[in-house]
Design a binder for this molecule. Sequence first.
Ligand code: PLP
Length: 399
Amino acid sequence: MIYLDNNATTPVAAEVLDSMLPFFGDKYFNPSSMYEVAGFVRDAIESSRGLISEMLGITNANELIFTSCATESVNAAIFGAIAANPLKRHIITTVVEHPAVLEVCKSLVRDGFEVSFIGVNDRGELDVGEFVRALRSDTLLVTVMHANNETGVVFPIERLARVVKETDASILFLCDATQSMTKLPIRVDGNFRDVDMIAFSGHKFHAPKGIGGLYIRRGVRCRSFLIGGHQEFGRRGGTENVAFIVGMAKAIEVAAATHGEDVVRMEYLRDKLESGILELVPYVVINGAGAERMPNTLNVAVHCIEGEGILYQLSDREICASSGSACTSGSLEPSHVLTAMKIPFTAIHGSVRFSLSRYTTESEIDFVLQEFPIIVTKLRHLSPYWDQVNNKPRKDVKI
Ligand code: PLP
């Protein structure tokens, strides 16, 4: 099996699984219990928090809380900020956010909030002018993703957060770093110094599903979202998921150890796949080409055929890819990200996302390059938009 859907989720790394196992065995204690043996479990949580904090340049470990996933982190940040700052009712976000942010913002509009949804150009880059113009005296929160899950396009978070803080230091800046965590540099004492809150999810970097994190800078007014016990400094009640917390810290540690070489290799393989497809398959376009992109993501629009058809054919050859974000690929709705980029209709429907990991090998990429042109040719011969005689799109199809 060739797994090229790592933006949807990743396999748990062997080292990560090993680090978690004791907490399913004899280290099962509730970290809040007073007896001595529970102290080991409590310490495991705090050393995991310390390790992740160090990697992100967080100085006060209580600025990092553990959650169940990025969706929870984003919800906690947005609703927590709203609850703590009831007088401000304007929010800024982008049209290409993951549903974890976008759907929350849409629901806030239904609740009477004003939300500015900032657009992107045809490369998927944010309209920074529109972003700056949207800032208002009653803006409570800006929520912008670091890297897009569908195209891999990276937003200039450092610049955006600086503009926000220079305009009005009281506006909160939340960054959804779910896709970029461990792949792009994130330092709250460096490039993210003006970012107030950061959301992420362990399963995107070889930790298990069901564990996430939320950084909240000290002093940021954000009310607790999950009210209950005193866990997580009273910011998120509920008995801690110790094994998964330990696993997520291990995953970050493992990723950091080989980060430089992993990025170079992923980028080399992604570029090989990209240039190979462009060379071997006519009438394809790379979504997000020309923009700064994550090193592991390739979103390719194949004109005149359905992405789902390509996925089924890939699946028959035991190649796993995706036709959009994991959440939207189950439906036939066109991707909101590609729609916002004004990608032509016939190309949106033929878009396929390949997302690599540090475990992707060159022979896997070579196999995809061997099979992909065969699949496209086969499907185009069945396509009503494809002129079989001339081997090109029908004249009335706009490319
Ligand atoms: N944000 C982004 C950019 C994502 O890609 C995802 C998942 O794909 C999420 C948020 C939600 O992550 P989770 O499903 O782990 O809550």
